[in-house]
Design a binder for this molecule. Sequence first.
Ligand SMILES: *Cc1c(COP(=O)(O)O)cnc(C)c1O
Length: 455
Amino acid sequence: MLRMETVQYQLPASRIPTTWYNIVADLPSPPAPPLHPGTLKPLGPEDLAPIFPMSLIAQEVSAEREIEIPGEVRQIYAQWRPSPLVRARRLEKALDTPARIYYKYEGVSPAGSHKLNTAVAQAWYNKQEGVTHLSTETGAGQWGSALAMACAFLGMECRVFMVRVSYDQKPYRRALMEAFGASVTASPSNQTDSGRAILAEHPDSNGSLGIAISEAVEVAAKDPKTKYALGSVLNHVLLHQTVIGQEAIEQMALAGDEPDVIIGCTGGGSNFAGLVMPYLGRKLRHQCNARVIAVEPAACPSLTKGRFAYDFGDTAHLTPLVKMHTLGSTFVPPGIHAGGLRYHGMAPLVSHVLDLGLAEATTVQQLDAFSAGIQFARAEGIVPAPEANHAVAVAIQQALEAKAAGKARTILFNLSGHGHFDMQSYIDYQAGKLENYNYPAEEIAMALAGLPAAG
Ligand SMILES: *Cc1c(COP(=O)(O)O)cnc(C)c1O
């Protein structure tokens, strides 16, 4: 008789966390404050009020350890949360490793990624304060889809500036946003001053996240009914993602296991933070001793090659200055397929945690990421988002290291989303059309030379 082995560790809806976890309360030192781009003085809430609702501004600067999740938000979470924790037994066998590999699967959300965790929360808080329209940017389209869906659920209007190259390459993502009722504009566009300025200089611009952010912020700043929503980087966004790690801690307990290494891919840092911050809280309380690894693409290596300095979040320099690992706000990353990882900066909170030595960072090349994704798909039956492939690659590396050492090791990684809307990138990979990009040293040096003189 075949003995059944547990593969999924599921929690009931009643175990959806009731609070978000704010690691700021437990850190030995607080992160550096954001600065006003004009005065270079720390920002006050009133500086952010034109673009964000007060409740989210309060979360942005909060040092409270636990922030209650509104009942209605939890109710919407219940549609896909708690998300499964899966033991990758078939992958373990394929790798012939003594390591135990677990992944937290955020691709079960209706939008296909973790981004819905914050989209629902942000739309909800905006609605409470009478906001009727949200504007945002999207790179690969995952954030735009998540916010569009959240707005549809809450009866709000959603306007998305989509990076031009993705707009052209990912018609299905655009169609999904439109199906949810959002209006989608290719960025740079001629509908904003920032877009027109870029087009005047580069009529064929492929766009970038930095440019699209400028356009979306401009729209919000100019219209009192519209606020802006960002899908990563900011403290309140990372906060909303901590449901991932809190659930994972309970599910790992169900599995009777404790991770030795925890891995997440990092674009702006939100899915990584969502999984690891609750664990780092335990680490700070000496209840966990895991290595924590952030994985970024070799083509856009903000954590491993960037400078930890004050910089703008966008290209047109409309945003506050934040202290983060940055490649320079004018750096336009090479066109890797992991669009969600093509951002010049990193969440200030993730940057700070790295600076404190609580986590480490590494890079993966595009072809290695896809090769790992294919290996994972064949063993586990899930085609990961190209972004998530970066985490998969390092999880596999870790498992192979354990094998070489002949030692057990418990590996936990975040599978931040599925790749069902990214199949073109898999077609291109299988056809041998993808390439690795060398570290764009010259462009980064140029962009870093233009860092603002602050801090
Ligand atoms: C957006 C996205 C990322 C990168 O963003 P983070 O804020 O770093 O999490 C990673 N994976 C998926 C599936 C995404 O949609």
